[in-house]
Design a protein around this ligand. Structure first.
Ligand code: SF4
Ligand code: SF4
Length: 170
């Protein structure tokens, strides 16, 4: 088995949109990430890592009634799961649609959420492989190809907001 999995978030999102009703929304759960601060879905970690605009006066932080959101030293948003009360105000106020309400579920269906820290679960996630979104790979982080490491084992592919902005401006 190659050492890492690569998750193409665009394909995973397409699967969710196309499969609504017929296929369950799936995700991976990770604990080994500098910002997990409790177990989080890989989509939550990936959006804060890659697609969040890191707003200077972040409205998500301002609106949170539980002071559950803050920025780390890279200006990356971190959610404190022990403080979050799942009110979803941050989802509503984010002007860029960065967050999804299912990030905040406390009880997760094990058929839909795969524990990526567990070898067997990780294999199940790869085998489930919706629309070619998940692959075993032997490679490193490569920002030129929009591939970023969430931890030692998990790479995600998505277009960071800086590149999207350049494309839109250019
Ligand atoms: S869902 Fe959690 S993080 Fe978001 S505003 Fe509510 S308490 Fe804060
Ligand atoms: S408001 Fe949205 S884009 Fe801005 S920092 Fe918060 S999550 Fe990121």
């Amino acid at each position: 088995m190659a050492k890492k999995i690569l998750i193409d978030l665009t394909k995973l999102r397409d699967h969710h949109i196309a499969g609504r009703g017929d296929h369950p929304r799936i995700d991976g759960i990770l604990s080994e990430h500098p910002n997990t601060n409790g177990r989080k879905t890989l989509r939550e970690l990936a959006v804060f890592h890659i697609t969040c605009r890191r707003c200077e006066e972040a409205p998500c932080i301002e609106v949170c009634p539980a002071e559950a959101l803050e920025k780390d030293d890279q200006s990356m948003i971190v959610r404190h799961t022990n403080l979050c009360i799942s009110c979803k105000s941050c989802v509503t106020i984010c002007p860029f649609g960065t967050m999804m309400s299912d990030f905040f579920e406390h009880k997760r269906d094990p058929q839909r959420y795969f524990d990526l820290d567990d070898e067997k679960e990780l294999r199940r996630f790869v085998e489930y492989n919706p629309g070619g979104a998940v692959k075993m790979v032997d490679m490193k982080e490569n920002p030129e190809d929009n591939i970023y490491a969430l931890n030692e084992q998990v790479l995600v592919k998505d277009i960071p907001y800086e590149k999207l902005k350049q494309e839109n401006d250019g």
